[in-house]
Each structure stands twice: as structure tokens, then as C-alpha cells.
Design a protein around this ligand. Structure first.
Ligand code: MG
Length: 359
């Protein structure tokens, strides 16, 4: 069987790295190219180790990558970079690839309708790599009444709410369940990440936000559930290991990846808790802005600016939600295309910085 060609956008990050490991284990893939942003040494080392044919730097922009996608038209493109910038690449990948594996939720949060249109136009498959959405895809049925996504609650889930003001980046970067990049680890503690995931689920499965429930599940074994009309609940369980959704996305509809280790169900009580509105105000904002792509773009942009400021100790942890709320409130508009979203993104960043200055 001919090898399937793959391009990995964001090869040196946590998802990119795990993708390379899965690809190596599966065999039968030919990695045409991988991109990196800053980490040149690591990218070159990975390329040698995993036989990646070409390494592209994206620090000065994504033109080379867009050209490469156009020229090579890969079988599979994996998009594993955070941020608004992932939207443009996702749109191009949907136009040029047979299958897109999407780890970047921002593309759907900001430009969900553009992604859906590009997918239909290109006839490309779009498979989520987010663990909860991969789980949903595996158990989904058309008769779904509502779905449930789980959340760990992030690194500060057991802190007193009054102490959250004092949380430092090093406290927040200790994620209780998953090992991930810095931004998503901070986003887990504010649960902005889960707000993104609610919107992501709406786009992928054509649901409205009130059909997407989120519960805190500390064990990290249940990733998602679907509630069916006849009283059935189907849950998806497994160890928290991103390699499983990556392998599923690469081999779908087959399951060629071997990993025979399952959670021990004896002595593992599964517990679920509601998401506390006081602890996670930025999460609940996602439900209010579901139908408004301008505000959704602002939600993401303000969060990107806040996470960076928090990591540099310029704002407090609790400021993140406040700044996002203020920016989302101010941004209005009816974006029609990518260019409109881009100016909303830029405007939101500018306002976020202003709000931070005035804190
Ligand atoms: Mg997730």
C-alpha cells in the first residue's frame, strides 16, 4: 500500500511531537514537511530522527507553508498550533488536503462558518484531535439530545476562590491531568479552553450551545458522553493520552494503533461535578456569545493577550476573565470573511492591551 503523505503544522510543540511518535509507530506515512516557530535545533533533530523531509520556519509568516500545501496537496495535514493564526492555515489545508486533523480549536471558535464552508467546498475530511471531540466523534449518533464534555478543572481547582488572585504562572502550569503547551494549560485553569471546546463542539456536530454540557471530572478517564432520546447515555473512556485521538484521526475509520492499556474499572469511582460560575466566569461567557463570531474572535484574541501578560507576571490570574469580558463587551460586528475576522482580531488585541494598561 502506498504511503500516505503528511504535513505537520507545529511539529515541535507537544501535539506535533506526539504525532511524530504515533506516525513512527503506525508506519505507512511519509512526512513531507513539519513547521516550527522558534525551536530550530529541536525541529532539525526531530526531522532527522523521524525522517521528516522538509523543515519550515514560520516565524516570519506562513507563506512558505501555504505554498507547500498548494504544491504538494498532502493526504493528511495536522494543524497543531495555537491561536487565531491557525484559521488561515486550516482554510488552506481544507482546500488542498484530503484530510485535516485539527488540534487548533481557535480556527473553529473564530471562523467556524468559514471552516464548514471550506470543508464542504473542498470535499475534505475534518477530524478533531481535541480529546473530547475525538471521543464525541467516536460515540456520536444523529439522535443525540445533548452531549457532555468533561473538564479537569485545571491546576487551581482546589484553591480557595479568594486566593486565586495570588496564583503565579508556576502554580497554574502544573496541570493535574494532561501535559500540554503553556497557553492551553493556563486556559484550562480559567476554563476558557472549555469555553472554546463548547463552541468547537457546536461547529463540528451542528449543536447549539445549550445542548453542550460541561462537567468537572477529576479522574480524567471519561472524555465525553452523548445522551440519546431513548434514555441511553454513551460514554467514552480511556486514559488521558493524546496519542489515542491522534492515531484515531490518522487511521479512521480503522483502528490500527495498538495500546492495550485500559483504566481499571474496579475501584475507580467516576465522579462528576458542576462548573462553579464564580470560579470560572470566563467559561460561561462562551454560552452568551455562541451566535456572534465577532465576539467569539474577541474572546480568543483577548485571551491570547491576557495569557501572555499573565505569563510575564504583568497581570493577576483573576484579571484574565475580567479583561476578556470587557473586550468581548466592546467588540461588535458582522464578519463576512477572513479579512473581517482579521481586523476584529487586531482590534480586540489593541483593546485588550488598553484594558490591561488601565488595570
Ligand atoms: Mg480538550
Amino acid at each position: 500500500m502506498a504511503e500516505r503523505t503528511v504535513v505537520i503544522v507545529g511539529m515541535t510543540g507537544s501535539m506535533g511531537l506526539q504525532s511524530l511518535e504515533v506516525i513512527k509507530k503506525l508506519g505507512s506515512f511519509d512526512v513531507l514537511a513539519g513547521t516550527y516557530h522558534e525551536n530550530r535545533n529541536s525541529a532539525e533533530k526531530l526531522a532527522r530522527e523521524f525522517g521528516v523531509k522538509k523543515v519550515l520556519c514560520t516565524k516570519d509568516g506562513y507563506d512558505d507553508l501555504l505554498r507547500l500545501l498548494e504544491e504538494h496537496r498532502p493526504d493528511v495535514t495536522l494543524i497543531c498550533i495555537p491561536g487565531f493564526v491557525s484559521l488561515q492555515i486550516t482554510l488552506k489545508a481544507l482546500e488542498t488536503s484530503k484530510r485535516v486533523l485539527l488540534a487548533s480549536k481557535e480556527a473553529l471558535v473564530c471562523g467556524g462558518w468559514l471552516v464548514r464552508e471550506a470543508k464542504e467546498k473542498g470535499g475534505c475530511e475534518l477530524i478533531p484531535l481535541d480529546s473530547e471531540h475525538s471521543a464525541l466523534m467516536q460515540i456520536y449518533e444523529p439522535e443525540v439530545e445533548k452531549v457532555m464534555l468533561t473538564s479537569s478543572g485545571g491546576a487551581l481547582r482546589d484553591w480557595n476562590i479568594e486566593d486565586l488572585d495570588r496564583a503565579k504562572p508556576e502554580d497554574v502550569l502544573k496541570h493535574p491531568v494532561w501535559r500540554m503547551g503553556k497557553r492551553i494549560t493556563i486556559d484550562s485553569a480559567t476554563m476558557v479552553n472549555k469555553g472554546f471546546e463548547v463552541l468547537e463542539a457546536c461547529e463540528l456536530f451542528k449543536l447549539s450551545a445549550n445542548q453542550v454540557e460541561v462537567l468537572i471530572h477529576r479522574e480524567g478517564l471519561v472524555h465525553a458522553a452523548v445522551f440519546l432520546k431513548d434514555g441511553t447515555i454513551k460514554m467514552h473512556l480511556g486514559f488521558p493520552d493524546m496519542k489515542i485521538p491522534i492515531a484515531y484521526g490518522l487511521t479512521y475509520p480503522k483502528r490500527n494503533y495498538e495500546n492495550k492499556s485500559w483504566p481499571d474499572l474496579i475501584g475507580t469511582p467516576l465522579k462528576f461535578e458542576r462548573v462553579d460560575e464564580k470560579r470560572y466566569p470566563a467559561f460561561y461567557l462562551a454560552y452568551e456569545i455562541e451566535k456572534d463570531y465577532a465576539k467569539r474572535t474577541a474572546y480568543n484574541a483577548a485571551d491570547e493577550v491576557c495569557v501572555e501578560a499573565f505569563l510575564q507576571n504583568r497581570i493577576k490570574f483573576t484579571h484574565i476573565a475580567k479583561v476578556i469580558e470587557r473586550v468581548v463587551e466592546k467588540i461588535e460586528g458582522k464578519p463576512r470573511d477572513f479579512e473581517d475576522l482579521k481586523s476584529i482580531d487586531e482590534e480586540s488585541r489593541r483593546i485588550a492591551k488598553e484594558v490591561i494598561e488601565c488595570l
